[in-house]
Design a protein. Structure first.
Length: 405
Protein backbone atom coordinates (compact mmCIF):
# COMPACT_ATOMS: atom_id res chain seq x y z
CA UNK A 1 0.00 0.00 0.00
CA UNK A 2 1.37 3.38 -0.98
CA UNK A 3 0.38 6.91 -0.16
CA UNK A 4 -0.03 9.80 -2.56
CA UNK A 5 3.71 10.65 -2.52
CA UNK A 6 4.69 7.22 -3.73
CA UNK A 7 6.23 6.11 -0.40
CA UNK A 8 5.11 2.76 0.85
CA UNK A 9 3.03 3.25 3.96
CA UNK A 10 3.74 1.31 7.13
CA UNK A 11 1.04 -1.16 8.12
CA UNK A 12 -1.24 -0.03 10.90
CA UNK A 13 -0.16 -2.85 13.21
CA UNK A 14 3.51 -1.93 12.89
CA UNK A 15 2.70 1.72 13.43
CA UNK A 16 0.86 0.92 16.65
CA UNK A 17 3.64 -1.39 17.76
CA UNK A 18 6.25 1.32 17.21
CA UNK A 19 4.14 3.92 19.00
CA UNK A 20 3.61 1.64 21.98
CA UNK A 21 7.34 0.83 22.11
CA UNK A 22 8.28 4.52 22.05
CA UNK A 23 5.76 5.28 24.78
CA UNK A 24 7.08 2.42 26.89
CA UNK A 25 10.67 3.65 26.48
CA UNK A 26 9.62 7.17 27.48
CA UNK A 27 7.78 5.85 30.52
CA UNK A 28 10.81 3.77 31.53
CA UNK A 29 13.08 6.78 31.14
CA UNK A 30 10.84 8.95 33.30
CA UNK A 31 10.62 6.14 35.85
CA UNK A 32 14.41 5.80 35.98
CA UNK A 33 14.88 9.54 36.40
CA UNK A 34 12.32 9.58 39.20
CA UNK A 35 14.07 6.71 40.95
CA UNK A 36 17.41 8.52 40.59
CA UNK A 37 15.98 11.69 42.15
CA UNK A 38 14.43 9.73 45.01
CA UNK A 39 17.69 7.83 45.58
CA UNK A 40 19.65 11.12 45.63
CA UNK A 41 17.22 12.57 48.19
CA UNK A 42 17.49 9.47 50.38
CA UNK A 43 21.31 9.62 50.15
CA UNK A 44 21.38 13.28 51.22
CA UNK A 45 19.01 12.52 54.10
CA UNK A 46 21.23 9.64 55.27
CA UNK A 47 24.35 11.83 55.02
CA UNK A 48 22.68 14.46 57.20
CA UNK A 49 21.10 12.07 59.70
CA UNK A 50 24.20 9.89 60.17
CA UNK A 51 26.74 12.74 60.08
CA UNK A 52 28.20 12.07 63.59
CA UNK A 53 29.14 8.53 62.61
CA UNK A 54 30.32 9.49 59.11
CA UNK A 55 32.40 12.43 60.30
CA UNK A 56 34.00 10.29 63.01
CA UNK A 57 34.85 7.60 60.48
CA UNK A 58 36.32 10.07 57.99
CA UNK A 59 38.42 11.76 60.68
CA UNK A 60 39.75 8.35 61.71
CA UNK A 61 40.57 7.55 58.06
CA UNK A 62 42.44 10.85 57.69
CA UNK A 63 44.47 10.22 60.83
CA UNK A 64 45.20 6.68 59.64
CA UNK A 65 46.50 8.06 56.34
CA UNK A 66 48.74 10.45 58.29
CA UNK A 67 50.21 7.63 60.40
CA UNK A 68 50.42 4.93 57.71
CA UNK A 69 53.88 5.98 56.39
CA UNK A 70 55.36 5.60 59.89
CA UNK A 71 53.74 2.18 60.34
CA UNK A 72 55.01 1.09 56.94
CA UNK A 73 58.51 2.25 57.85
CA UNK A 74 58.51 0.15 61.03
CA UNK A 75 57.12 -2.92 59.27
CA UNK A 76 59.96 -2.74 56.73
CA UNK A 77 62.45 -3.28 59.54
CA UNK A 78 60.74 -6.53 60.57
CA UNK A 79 58.51 -5.17 63.35
CA UNK A 80 55.06 -6.86 63.43
CA UNK A 81 52.32 -4.62 62.11
CA UNK A 82 50.25 -4.71 65.31
CA UNK A 83 53.26 -3.70 67.44
CA UNK A 84 54.28 -1.03 64.91
CA UNK A 85 50.75 0.38 64.96
CA UNK A 86 50.75 0.49 68.75
CA UNK A 87 54.11 2.27 68.83
CA UNK A 88 53.03 4.85 66.25
CA UNK A 89 49.73 5.51 68.05
CA UNK A 90 51.57 6.04 71.35
CA UNK A 91 53.98 8.46 69.66
CA UNK A 92 51.04 10.33 68.09
CA UNK A 93 49.22 10.58 71.45
CA UNK A 94 52.37 11.90 73.16
CA UNK A 95 52.93 14.45 70.39
CA UNK A 96 49.30 15.55 70.69
CA UNK A 97 49.64 15.77 74.47
CA UNK A 98 52.76 17.95 74.42
CA UNK A 99 51.28 20.15 71.68
CA UNK A 100 48.12 20.59 73.74
CA UNK A 101 50.22 21.35 76.82
CA UNK A 102 52.12 24.08 74.98
CA UNK A 103 48.87 25.56 73.68
CA UNK A 104 47.37 25.40 77.19
CA UNK A 105 50.33 27.35 78.57
CA UNK A 106 49.77 29.99 75.90
CA UNK A 107 46.05 30.14 76.71
CA UNK A 108 46.84 30.42 80.41
CA UNK A 109 49.07 33.40 79.63
CA UNK A 110 46.26 34.99 77.63
CA UNK A 111 43.83 34.45 80.53
CA UNK A 112 46.34 35.94 82.98
CA UNK A 113 46.88 39.03 80.84
CA UNK A 114 43.27 39.28 79.68
CA UNK A 115 42.40 42.54 81.53
CA UNK A 116 45.42 44.36 80.12
CA UNK A 117 44.88 42.93 76.65
CA UNK A 118 41.22 43.91 76.71
CA UNK A 119 42.11 47.43 77.84
CA UNK A 120 44.63 47.86 75.01
CA UNK A 121 42.25 46.41 72.43
CA UNK A 122 39.39 48.66 73.58
CA UNK A 123 41.65 51.72 73.49
CA UNK A 124 42.83 50.86 69.98
CA UNK A 125 39.31 50.25 68.68
CA UNK A 126 38.04 53.48 70.25
CA UNK A 127 40.86 55.46 68.64
CA UNK A 128 40.18 53.86 65.25
CA UNK A 129 36.45 54.54 65.58
CA UNK A 130 37.11 58.19 66.48
CA UNK A 131 39.33 58.62 63.44
CA UNK A 132 36.69 57.08 61.16
CA UNK A 133 34.02 59.31 62.70
CA UNK A 134 36.21 62.40 62.19
CA UNK A 135 36.76 61.51 58.53
CA UNK A 136 33.02 60.97 58.07
CA UNK A 137 32.20 64.34 59.68
CA UNK A 138 34.76 66.09 57.51
CA UNK A 139 33.33 64.59 54.34
CA UNK A 140 29.79 65.48 55.41
CA UNK A 141 30.86 69.07 56.13
CA UNK A 142 32.53 69.37 52.71
CA UNK A 143 29.45 68.03 50.95
CA UNK A 144 27.17 70.32 52.96
CA UNK A 145 25.19 67.48 54.51
CA UNK A 146 26.51 67.76 58.05
CA UNK A 147 24.57 69.08 61.06
CA UNK A 148 24.38 72.82 61.62
CA UNK A 149 26.43 74.33 64.46
CA UNK A 150 24.67 74.69 67.79
CA UNK A 151 22.85 78.00 68.21
CA UNK A 152 22.82 78.86 64.51
CA UNK A 153 19.59 80.21 63.05
CA UNK A 154 18.31 80.16 59.56
CA UNK A 155 18.62 83.45 57.63
CA UNK A 156 18.60 86.03 60.43
CA UNK A 157 21.39 84.46 62.47
CA UNK A 158 19.45 85.05 65.70
CA UNK A 159 19.91 82.66 68.53
CA UNK A 160 17.06 80.22 68.92
CA UNK A 161 15.03 80.57 72.09
CA UNK A 162 14.94 77.52 74.28
CA UNK A 163 11.81 75.47 73.94
CA UNK A 164 9.15 75.13 76.60
CA UNK A 165 10.37 71.66 77.49
CA UNK A 166 13.92 72.94 78.07
CA UNK A 167 12.60 75.74 80.34
CA UNK A 168 10.70 73.35 82.55
CA UNK A 169 12.20 72.73 85.94
CA UNK A 170 13.32 69.26 86.83
CA UNK A 171 10.81 67.48 89.00
CA UNK A 172 12.19 65.18 91.67
CA UNK A 173 9.88 62.30 92.50
CA UNK A 174 10.15 61.18 96.08
CA UNK A 175 9.84 57.50 96.80
CA UNK A 176 6.35 56.48 97.77
CA UNK A 177 5.74 55.73 101.43
CA UNK A 178 3.92 52.46 101.84
CA UNK A 179 1.14 52.23 104.45
CA UNK A 180 1.68 49.89 107.40
CA UNK A 181 1.11 46.26 106.56
CA UNK A 182 1.52 46.78 102.79
CA UNK A 183 3.67 44.31 100.86
CA UNK A 184 6.26 45.80 98.59
CA UNK A 185 6.98 44.00 95.33
CA UNK A 186 10.59 42.89 95.07
CA UNK A 187 12.12 42.23 91.65
CA UNK A 188 15.05 39.87 91.53
CA UNK A 189 17.71 40.84 89.00
CA UNK A 190 18.56 38.00 86.62
CA UNK A 191 22.36 37.82 86.69
CA UNK A 192 22.98 34.75 84.58
CA UNK A 193 26.26 34.06 82.83
CA UNK A 194 25.79 34.04 79.02
CA UNK A 195 28.73 31.66 78.57
CA UNK A 196 27.16 29.16 80.98
CA UNK A 197 23.83 29.51 79.18
CA UNK A 198 25.54 28.83 75.85
CA UNK A 199 27.29 25.72 77.19
CA UNK A 200 24.09 24.39 78.78
CA UNK A 201 22.10 24.97 75.59
CA UNK A 202 24.60 22.90 73.64
CA UNK A 203 25.32 20.28 76.26
CA UNK A 204 23.82 17.55 74.07
CA UNK A 205 26.06 18.49 71.14
CA UNK A 206 29.10 18.57 73.43
CA UNK A 207 28.26 15.12 74.80
CA UNK A 208 27.86 13.79 71.26
CA UNK A 209 31.21 15.28 70.25
CA UNK A 210 33.02 13.76 73.24
CA UNK A 211 31.35 10.39 72.67
CA UNK A 212 32.26 10.24 68.99
CA UNK A 213 35.79 11.48 69.65
CA UNK A 214 36.39 8.63 72.09
CA UNK A 215 35.99 6.13 69.22
CA UNK A 216 38.64 7.77 67.02
CA UNK A 217 41.75 6.21 68.67
CA UNK A 218 40.28 2.70 68.49
CA UNK A 219 39.21 3.17 64.87
CA UNK A 220 42.66 4.42 63.91
CA UNK A 221 44.38 1.51 65.62
CA UNK A 222 42.19 -1.15 63.98
CA UNK A 223 42.38 0.54 60.56
CA UNK A 224 46.17 0.47 60.70
CA UNK A 225 46.71 -2.94 62.28
CA UNK A 226 44.07 -4.73 60.19
CA UNK A 227 44.68 -2.85 56.94
CA UNK A 228 45.79 -5.85 54.85
CA UNK A 229 42.98 -8.07 56.13
CA UNK A 230 40.32 -5.40 55.48
CA UNK A 231 41.66 -4.72 51.98
CA UNK A 232 41.72 -8.38 50.91
CA UNK A 233 38.31 -9.10 52.44
CA UNK A 234 36.80 -6.12 50.68
CA UNK A 235 38.09 -7.27 47.27
CA UNK A 236 36.45 -10.68 47.75
CA UNK A 237 33.04 -9.00 47.35
CA UNK A 238 33.82 -8.64 43.62
CA UNK A 239 34.61 -11.16 40.91
CA UNK A 240 36.53 -11.13 37.64
CA UNK A 241 37.24 -7.77 35.97
CA UNK A 242 35.25 -5.91 38.61
CA UNK A 243 37.80 -6.87 41.24
CA UNK A 244 40.60 -5.29 39.20
CA UNK A 245 38.56 -2.10 38.72
CA UNK A 246 37.84 -1.91 42.45
CA UNK A 247 41.50 -2.50 43.28
CA UNK A 248 42.55 0.34 40.96
CA UNK A 249 39.88 2.60 42.44
CA UNK A 250 40.95 1.88 46.03
CA UNK A 251 44.58 2.46 45.09
CA UNK A 252 43.68 5.76 43.41
CA UNK A 253 41.65 6.95 46.40
CA UNK A 254 44.43 5.89 48.79
CA UNK A 255 47.11 7.69 46.79
CA UNK A 256 45.03 10.83 46.41
CA UNK A 257 43.93 10.93 50.05
CA UNK A 258 47.45 10.36 51.33
CA UNK A 259 48.81 13.08 49.04
CA UNK A 260 46.11 15.54 50.10
CA UNK A 261 46.09 14.81 53.84
CA UNK A 262 49.82 14.35 54.35
CA UNK A 263 50.64 17.23 52.00
CA UNK A 264 48.32 19.68 53.73
CA UNK A 265 49.50 18.57 57.15
CA UNK A 266 53.15 19.08 56.18
CA UNK A 267 52.39 22.50 54.69
CA UNK A 268 50.51 23.46 57.87
CA UNK A 269 53.45 22.38 60.04
CA UNK A 270 55.89 24.36 57.89
CA UNK A 271 53.72 27.48 57.97
CA UNK A 272 53.15 27.19 61.72
CA UNK A 273 56.88 26.80 62.43
CA UNK A 274 57.88 29.73 60.19
CA UNK A 275 55.08 31.90 61.58
CA UNK A 276 56.13 31.09 65.15
CA UNK A 277 59.75 32.03 64.47
CA UNK A 278 58.93 35.26 62.61
CA UNK A 279 56.23 36.38 65.06
CA UNK A 280 58.64 35.84 67.96
CA UNK A 281 61.22 37.87 66.05
CA UNK A 282 58.90 40.89 65.72
CA UNK A 283 57.61 40.44 69.32
CA UNK A 284 54.05 39.34 68.61
CA UNK A 285 52.66 38.09 71.96
CA UNK A 286 52.07 34.35 72.40
CA UNK A 287 53.91 33.45 69.16
CA UNK A 288 53.43 29.67 69.42
CA UNK A 289 49.65 29.85 69.64
CA UNK A 290 49.31 32.72 67.17
CA UNK A 291 51.73 31.12 64.69
CA UNK A 292 49.97 27.74 64.83
CA UNK A 293 46.55 29.30 64.28
CA UNK A 294 47.76 31.54 61.47
CA UNK A 295 49.66 28.74 59.71
CA UNK A 296 46.79 26.25 59.62
CA UNK A 297 44.08 28.86 58.95
CA UNK A 298 46.03 29.95 55.87
CA UNK A 299 45.24 26.57 54.28
CA UNK A 300 41.47 27.17 54.26
CA UNK A 301 40.36 27.43 50.59
CA UNK A 302 39.59 30.93 49.24
CA UNK A 303 39.54 32.70 52.61
CA UNK A 304 42.83 31.40 54.00
CA UNK A 305 44.69 34.71 53.64
CA UNK A 306 42.27 36.90 55.66
CA UNK A 307 41.79 34.12 58.23
CA UNK A 308 45.56 33.77 58.64
CA UNK A 309 45.86 37.53 59.24
CA UNK A 310 43.31 37.69 62.03
CA UNK A 311 45.29 36.01 64.91
CA UNK A 312 48.47 38.14 64.63
CA UNK A 313 46.45 41.30 63.97
CA UNK A 314 44.30 40.92 67.09
CA UNK A 315 47.31 39.84 69.16
CA UNK A 316 49.29 42.90 68.10
CA UNK A 317 46.37 45.24 68.75
CA UNK A 318 45.66 43.68 72.14
CA UNK A 319 49.31 44.02 73.15
CA UNK A 320 49.36 47.69 72.15
CA UNK A 321 52.02 47.15 69.50
CA UNK A 322 52.96 49.99 67.20
CA UNK A 323 52.06 50.23 63.53
CA UNK A 324 55.43 48.81 62.47
CA UNK A 325 54.78 45.49 64.22
CA UNK A 326 51.30 45.30 62.68
CA UNK A 327 52.74 46.00 59.22
CA UNK A 328 55.46 43.35 59.65
CA UNK A 329 52.90 40.74 60.80
CA UNK A 330 50.77 41.55 57.76
CA UNK A 331 53.74 41.12 55.41
CA UNK A 332 54.74 37.85 57.11
CA UNK A 333 51.30 36.29 56.64
CA UNK A 334 51.03 37.43 53.01
CA UNK A 335 54.53 36.19 52.12
CA UNK A 336 54.08 32.79 53.77
CA UNK A 337 50.62 32.30 52.26
CA UNK A 338 51.78 33.12 48.71
CA UNK A 339 54.86 30.92 49.12
CA UNK A 340 52.75 28.00 50.36
CA UNK A 341 50.16 28.28 47.58
CA UNK A 342 52.68 28.75 44.76
CA UNK A 343 55.61 26.59 45.90
CA UNK A 344 54.64 24.04 48.55
CA UNK A 345 51.08 23.24 47.47
CA UNK A 346 51.83 22.33 43.81
CA UNK A 347 54.74 20.12 44.89
CA UNK A 348 53.08 18.27 47.77
CA UNK A 349 49.36 18.26 46.90
CA UNK A 350 48.52 19.62 43.46
CA UNK A 351 50.43 16.93 41.55
CA UNK A 352 47.81 14.30 42.49
CA UNK A 353 44.67 16.26 43.36
CA UNK A 354 43.17 17.88 40.25
CA UNK A 355 39.85 19.62 40.94
CA UNK A 356 38.56 22.65 39.07
CA UNK A 357 37.64 25.75 41.11
CA UNK A 358 33.91 25.49 40.34
CA UNK A 359 33.70 21.95 41.71
CA UNK A 360 35.69 22.96 44.81
CA UNK A 361 33.30 25.87 45.48
CA UNK A 362 30.18 23.77 45.03
CA UNK A 363 31.58 20.97 47.20
CA UNK A 364 32.39 23.45 49.98
CA UNK A 365 28.83 24.79 49.83
CA UNK A 366 27.24 21.31 49.77
CA UNK A 367 29.28 19.65 52.51
CA UNK A 368 29.32 22.81 54.61
CA UNK A 369 25.52 22.85 54.47
CA UNK A 370 25.29 19.18 55.48
CA UNK A 371 28.05 18.95 58.09
CA UNK A 372 28.77 22.59 59.09
CA UNK A 373 32.42 23.29 59.96
CA UNK A 374 33.44 19.62 59.63
CA UNK A 375 31.99 19.62 56.12
CA UNK A 376 34.17 22.58 55.11
CA UNK A 377 37.26 20.70 56.30
CA UNK A 378 36.32 17.37 54.66
CA UNK A 379 34.76 18.72 51.44
CA UNK A 380 37.86 18.68 49.25
CA UNK A 381 39.18 15.21 50.27
CA UNK A 382 35.70 13.71 49.79
CA UNK A 383 35.33 15.29 46.34
CA UNK A 384 38.85 14.28 45.35
CA UNK A 385 38.11 10.70 46.44
CA UNK A 386 34.95 10.67 44.29
CA UNK A 387 37.01 11.89 41.35
CA UNK A 388 39.61 9.15 41.90
CA UNK A 389 36.83 6.53 41.75
CA UNK A 390 35.36 8.07 38.60
CA UNK A 391 38.79 8.08 36.92
CA UNK A 392 39.14 4.29 37.37
CA UNK A 393 35.59 3.17 36.48
CA UNK A 394 34.94 3.04 32.73
CA UNK A 395 31.33 4.19 32.94
CA UNK A 396 32.21 7.15 35.18
CA UNK A 397 35.27 8.56 33.44
CA UNK A 398 33.21 11.40 31.92
CA UNK A 399 32.29 12.55 35.44
CA UNK A 400 35.96 12.34 36.43
CA UNK A 401 36.91 14.61 33.54
CA UNK A 402 34.14 17.01 34.54
CA UNK A 403 35.40 17.18 38.13
CA UNK A 404 39.04 17.59 37.09
CA UNK A 405 40.94 20.67 36.09
Amino acid sequence: MTNYTGVKAMPAGLRNLKGETTGANTANGVHNYALSIVAAGVLVAVLYWARPVLITGLVAVIIAFLLEPLVGLLTRIRIPRSLATFMVCVIAVLALYFTGLALWNQLSGIARDAPELQKNLTKTLEGTTAKIQHVGDSVAEILGTGPKPTGASGATGATEMPSKQSRKKAVVVAPAVLPPGAIQEVRIHDDRNPIADYVLARLGTLYEFVLMSSFVPFLVYFMLSWRDHIYKSFLRFFEGPDRLVVARSVSGVSTMARAFVVGNFMIGIILAALSYALFALVHIPFPFLIGSLSGFLSLVPYIGLPLGMMPPLFAALAAGSDSGVILFSFLIVVTLHLTAMNVFYPKLVGARVHLNPLVVTVSLMFWGFLWDAAGLVLAIPITAGIKAICDNVAGLKAFGRFLGD
